[in-house]
Structure formats: C-alpha cells, structure tokens
Design a protein around this ligand. Structure first.
Ligand code: FAD
Ligand code: NAD
Length: 460
C-alpha cells in the first residue's frame, strides 16, 4: 500500500494548483483525477463556454454593426469551426496544466476514480480497470459537482443535453428548449439564439435569475426578448416524449396545461455533488442534507486531516472561489497561518451580452435585513460610452449605506460589466465611500467614468 503525506482528489480549480504547491513544500503528494486535469472550468465550464460566447458575440456584432454604418453583407455561422476552436483552447489549457503537474517533483498524477475504503485510506479504480489502495496523512477533496436532472416524466426517453454535451453537438439546434433560467440557461440560450436557433426558456419561478433584483432581471429579460428569446416563467415542464427528431413537452403554467414541441432540450436546472459512492461515511466525513460536504470556516471537514475545497462544499460555485480555497488551504497547511472563509466578498459575472457584473448585497437583500440604504441607478442610455459605441442596453445600480456612505453592493449590466464591477469591488475592499467615486477623476469616455453620474443620482 503506497503512503503519501497528502492526497488531493479532483483536478479542479483548487486541486490542480494545490497539489503542486503541496509537493513543492516537501510533502509527498498524489493527485487523483477520474476524467481530465483542469476539472469543470477548463473542460466543460468557463473556458469552453466563454470561447463559444465570443463567436456568438462576433455574429451579433456583424449584424448589429449596420447600425454603426458598417455593413458586412450576409453572415454564415460555421458551427464546426466554432466547436473546433473551443476544443483547441480546452486542449491547450488542459495540456499545459497536466505538463506542469508532471514536471513537479514529489507529485504523482493518477488517473482513476477514488473512493474512501478507510478513515485515511482510498481505493482508486484506475482507467485500465485495475485498482490500487493508497493511504495518506491528509486529504483534500475537490470533487466538484454535476448537473441536476429533474425527475420529470419521460425525460429519460429523450436525448436531453447538459452543459457538457451541448458543446459536443455537430449541428445547431433548430429549436432549443432550456429548463431553467440561471447562469447556464442564459449564457447558452443567448449563444444559440445568436447562432440561429429558436430558443425557449422554461422557468418555474415568477422571473429569471430570481436571486437578482427585479429591475435588473427585467432589463435582462427585455434584452433577451429583443433577440427573440422566448421566456416562459411560472412554468414547469411536466412530461416529455419523442417522435422522430421532434420532442414534445407538456408544460404547466399556473395550473394550465399546454403542449410544445422542440428539437433539443438543455437541462440547466442547477448542479449537485457527485459523492454517492465516494464513501464519505467510511472516512467519517459529514455531508449536509443536500449532499454537500460540511466544512467549518477553515475548510476542515468533520474528519481530522480531511479538507474540502470548491463547489463540493456548497455555497457560491465559481472558479474564483475554488481558487481562493486553494490559496487559503496553503496558508493554513503549509504556512501555518490562521484562515477563514467567513465574510468573503465574492463577485461574479454572468456572461450574457451585456454582461451582468455583481458584487455584495442586492437591494432586496439589504431591505430584508432592514438596513437603511440609498439606491443609485443609472440607465446606460445616458452613459456617453454606451451612446458612442452604439450599445445602450443595460443599467448600473449601487446599494449604499445611508449612514456611512459605504457601498454595500452593486450590479453593472453593461458590455464589460464584469470589468466595471471590479472597480466597485475595489472601493468596497478599501472602504472607499460613494462620494469619493462620485467626485473621482476617471478617464473619459469610459464606462467607469459613469460611476460619477451613478452616484450623483443619490444627491437628489
Ligand atoms: C457551463 C458552465 C460554465 C461555467 N462558467 C463559469 C464562469 O464563467 N465563471 C466561474 O467562475 N465559474 C463558472 N462555472 C463554475 C465553475 O466551472 C466551477 O465553480 C469551478 O470549476 C470550480 O470547480 P471545483 O474546483 O470545485 O471542481 P471541478 O472543476 O468541478 O473539478 C472536480 C474534479 O474532480 C474530479 N472528481 C470528482 N470525483 C472524483 C473521484 N471520486 N475520483 C477522482 N476524481 C474525481 C472530476 O472529474 C473533476 O475533474 C461554470 C460551470 C459550468 C458548468
Ligand atoms: N458566469 C458564471 O460564473 C457561471 C456560468 C455558468 C455556470 N455557473 C455556475 O454553475 C452553477 C449552475 O448553473 P445553473 O444555471 O445550472 O444553475 P442555477 O442554480 O443558476 O439555475 C437553475 C435554475 O433552474 C431553475 N429550475 C430548477 N428546476 C427546474 C425545473 N424542473 N424546471 C424549470 N426550471 C427549473 C431554478 O429555478 C433556477 O432558476 C451556477 O450556480 C454557477 O455557480 C457560473
């Protein structure tokens, strides 16, 4: 039985950099991965989707540029080229990561599926079907999550797509019906509409992106409608059947049944842990009622010497969170520093076009907490940058503590909303009050310059 100082399970956004740093610190380390180095982000998440979204944006721009006096004539979408470009990017990122791992002294990369067979012991089913048992003093669990497939009558009889398989299609769907209206649904929905699919979003709540403020989600819904994306809210899919290449869907809207047909169905109804046969109980690691691994604010599980990082521990599921977990674990385990994941300020960006950059509290959350707030709102049709570039869609919004002037949260729905929100995040990190941004000198004409006007709206 091989013994290691540390075993990392899952080559995700935490596991990949973590295994190298552990080995470089002198710990004999193994990384166990059942599929590909790079995990979801590189192979089936951020990188491939954003590569394909770039193609979709290029198609939109080619059509939209006529409004700017530039006509390119008719455009064609070469879906095979788009998929090939995406595959090249993924392969390059995966190969670079794997190369760095293989070049690290004291680190073994083992391809196989791990499960706990003892308290500090795992059995790995290797890709050739054989198995090996390994023991270690410390374990770092970075197993990630997988798509939820809702238990809807007939769903298993249709060739439904997930975020992974939709990026392996060899044709553009004629009519794509999407279950859900979260991050994955909106990013793929707009992407495929721009490639030429008819797109229908099915959302059982009363509105899309229900955790975001209503004015923001209404603005996004308006933008999607301009691209002929159909959004059915308060609606559930209750049955599926297939006849040739046509899929029939039974929908229920406020108790009223209707029938629809489409050619493809994407399930984007959330993600969940993949730990059913992982042997958490054998290791003494507790999970919560939804199956996520329970951790304290130092990423420690209920079992001594076993830590969990990234999506598998629940909470915000983003690459930058997983990466921050890695940074903190190194500080704790190697540098012997105090760490805490409590109260992390976690920004995010939904890569629709325009992007929705977000940080901190929504207006709704602040009001639910009873905080005395002021709300600054600026529509992009009064932003010089938007007018000049011919893209006036979207808005900016900031939530400010009425007593202290501190910025509590913000949303920027704009072309580079993900970049502009970082300016507001920096202000929050540095405790810079809104009046300093209102009076700050920013380069003209940038989106960030309009933060002057955004906060001026608070001065009445
Ligand atoms: C379509 C899509 C788009 C996304 N876009 C963004 C985005 O733009 N920005 C963003 O911040 N986030 C995005 N995300 C979320 C992001 O991909 C994840 O939050 C991120 O990858 C963090 O994952 P992780 O490190 O927890 O684990 P993962 O990256 O999921 O890695 C877990 C790894 O563990 C392996 N594994 C699991 N169980 C075992 C086992 N028993 N034995 C061996 N190996 C095992 C898996 O094969 C996998 O490689 C997106 C997700 C999806 C699905
Ligand atoms: N840009 C990004 O950062 C990005 C992009 C993609 C994914 N992600 C990550 O991946 C995670 C998963 O994304 P997601 O979009 O699958 O989940 P999500 O939780 O964001 O959205 C799921 C949506 O599906 C709806 N839903 C659930 N069951 C349904 C049903 N039976 N019928 C109709 N609607 C139903 C929910 O009400 C919800 O609106 C995200 O939470 C995010 O952390 C991030």
């Amino acid at each position: 039985m091989r013994h290691y100082d540390a075993i990392v399970i899952g080559a995700g956004q935490a596991g990949t950099p973590l295994c190298r740093k552990l080995a470089e610190s002198g710990l004999k380390t193994a990384l166990i991965e059942k599929r590909w180095v790079g995990g979801t982000c590189v192979n089936g998440g951020c990188s491939p989707t954003k590569a394909m979204i770039a193609s979709a944006k290029a198609a939109w721009s080619a059509r939209h540029n006529e409004a700017l006096g530039v006509s390119v004539g008719g455009i064609t979408i070469d879906f095979e080229d788009i998929i090939e470009r995406k595959n090249r990017i993924v392969q390059m990122m995966r190969d670079n990561s794997e190369k760095r791992i293989r070049e690290t002294a004291g680190l073994d990369l083992i391809y196989g599926t791990a499960r706990f067979s003892g308290r500090k012991e795992i059995t790995v089913t290797l890709t050739d079907g054989s198995s090996e048992t390994l023991i270690a003093d410390k374990f770092f669990l970075n197993n990630g999550v997988q798509p939820v497939i809702p238990d809807i009558e007939g769903i298993q009889t249709i060739p439904y797509l997930t975020s992974t398989t939709i990026m392996q299609l060899d044709e553009i769907p004629e009519h794509l019906l999407i279950l859900g209206s979260g991050y994955i649904a909106l990013e793929f929905g707009q992407m495929f509409a721009r490639f030429g699919s008819k797109v229908t979003l099915i959302e059982r709540s009363e509105r899309i992106l229900k955790k975001e403020d209503k004015d923001i989600t209404e603005e996004i819904a308006k933008i999607l409608a301009q691209e002929s994306i159909e959004i059915l809210t308060n609606t559930e899919a209750t049955g599926f059947s297939k006849n040739g290449h046509i899929i029939s869907v039974t929908l229920e809207t406020n108790g009223r049944k209707s029938q629809r047909s489409c050619t493809h169905v994407l399930v984007a109804a959330g993600r969940k842990p993949q730990l059913r046969e992982f042997g958490l109980e054998t290791a003494g690691v507790e999970a919560d009622e939804k199956g996520y691994i329970k951790v304290n604010d130092q990423l420690e599980t209920s079992a001594e010497g076993i830590y969990a990082l990234g999506d598998v521990k629940g909470g915000p599921a983003f690459t930058h969170v997983s990466y921050d977990d890695y940074r903190l674990i190194i500080q704790k385990v190697v540098e012997k520093k105090q760490i805490s994941i409590a109260d992390r300020l976690i920004p995010y960006c939904i890569f629709t076009d325009p992007q929705l950059g977000r940080v901190g509290m929504t207006e709704q959350q602040a009001r639910e907490k009873g905080i005395d707030i002021k709300v600054a709102v600026l529509k992009n049709d009064s932003v010089a940058r938007s007018i000049e570039t011919g893209d006036e869609r979207g808005m900016m919004k900031a939530i400010v503590d009425a007593k202290t002037g501190q910025i509590l949260g913000a949303a920027v729905l704009a072309e580079e909303g993900g970049e502009v929100i970082t300016v507001l995040q920096m202000a929050m990190i540095g405790n810079i009050t809104y009046d300093r941004l209102m009076n700050g000198i920013f380069a003209h004409p940038t989106y960030s310059e309009s933060l002057n006007n955004l906060f001026m709206s608070l001065e009445g």
